[in-house]
Design a protein around this ligand. Sequence first.
Ligand code: JFZ
Length: 489
Amino acid sequence: MNTTNSLRSLVFATALLLIWSGSRLDTIAAENTKVNSLTGETSAQRDARMKWWREARLGMFVHWGLYSAAAGSWDGTNYSFINGTTNIAEWIQNTAGVPADEYAARLCPLLKPKPGFAKAWARLAKDMGAKYVVFTSKHHEGFALWDSKVTDFDAMDVTGRDLFKEIVTALHEEGLRVGIYFSVLDWHSPDFPTDTKKSGYPHPLGKRMSEQELAALDAGRDLNRYVDFMHKQAREVVSNYGPIDVLWWDWSSKEIQGDSWRAAELMAMVRKYQPQIIMNNRLYYAPNVSGDNLDIFDVTKGDFTTPEQHLPATGLPGVDWESCMTLNDTWGFSSHDFNWKSTETLVHNTVDAASKGGNYLINAGPMADGTIPEAIQVRFRELGAWMKKYGESIYATTANPLTEVSWGKITAKPGKLYLHVFDWPIENRLVLPIKHAGEVKAWMLADEEHEPLAVQKTADGLTITLKPGFQNPYDSVVVLETDATSAKQ
Ligand code: JFZ
């Protein structure tokens, strides 16, 4: 090769190297960008910490406490669900306006967890295909499932058992990640405000006593002392029970959030004991909990946001989110709410969430002895049977890179699309509005032989002829190997 050519090659190679190193430096810079001004965490560190959670896609929620013994009734009245969040069973103390002492006296003797209840929960979560379990360590009633040193309103004093420890141990034994729901409300605390109208803090007595009586009661109460107590309780659960993977905070409102709970201090304390922990953003008000209008997602307020009882219509692009839902209408066990979602709905919701880049957290409300109602177990195990066969199309997938399709949903992995066919197409011919991809290969995920499906490129995009023998009653999944991830223009 003559000198000129050699020189040209050297210049070209140098140019390539400069372009590559420039883009590499950009990537490194991006990975090293500090995304959390409070913790100094970089984008790469955050991605590494969130990785298991983003890949998990499906979790089991458990609401279990003294309210489970009330089962949605008080003094012979069955409180049934009304739209929104009214009369949900775990709010029975508030709904029925029960003073803390009366509530504790009536329900503590009824909390009799059967031996092995926690192992049964963990087994069911495993059978359902959940990768993590979030359970209520303490709900608004203030009853602590762990052995708390700052109150005797806890499981150790009432049952002689550290129920929190039994649950965490059972989850770890099944290889499940451990999430704890922790309410910052506390209707048992003598320092928690009672005059809801005046303070904005929900409290059972707010319905039963006059403004004057409530004012007199609150005069002796000290909110700062309550927040100190609440921080001590949070410290107990994150420092005494080994690795905790998720902290699922609850409750804030527009008026009561953030500094009301000394949230930044609380989250910093938690991270000191559990550096890898993932926390939701419910110590701060997030409008998307009840609606879709997520304003600005701020990672300093939490790692993920929590749409409740709904799936965001178009997902929340670029935001980590988890949709939590009840299986019937209520989180805590109710003796008279049989409005169970179908297994098909559970499968479709799981797929829908994943197709929008989110997680799905579906709830079980065990009875006072820890038994999960049969209606829940059946549905969770049917969901698990589907997940066992098709989980590859959910776990570690990312959102649909194309437009929505009429016949189902789409999830993705590098070089692959998973076509979730809810409505089987006429004459088995599925149309995917995708630009004419290069080399494509398709097969039914349930077909262990991966026998190729006929794929035609037409003006409408790709037409794939499905095999009826691999149809699934809830969701038949087609794997499409393609590098084309842009929808047909
Ligand atoms: C909260 C709890 O009150 C409820 O009992 C259950 O534990 C649920 C998972 O979380 O419910 C909420 C909290 C906030 C809103 C709605 C329901 N919100 O901000 O609209």
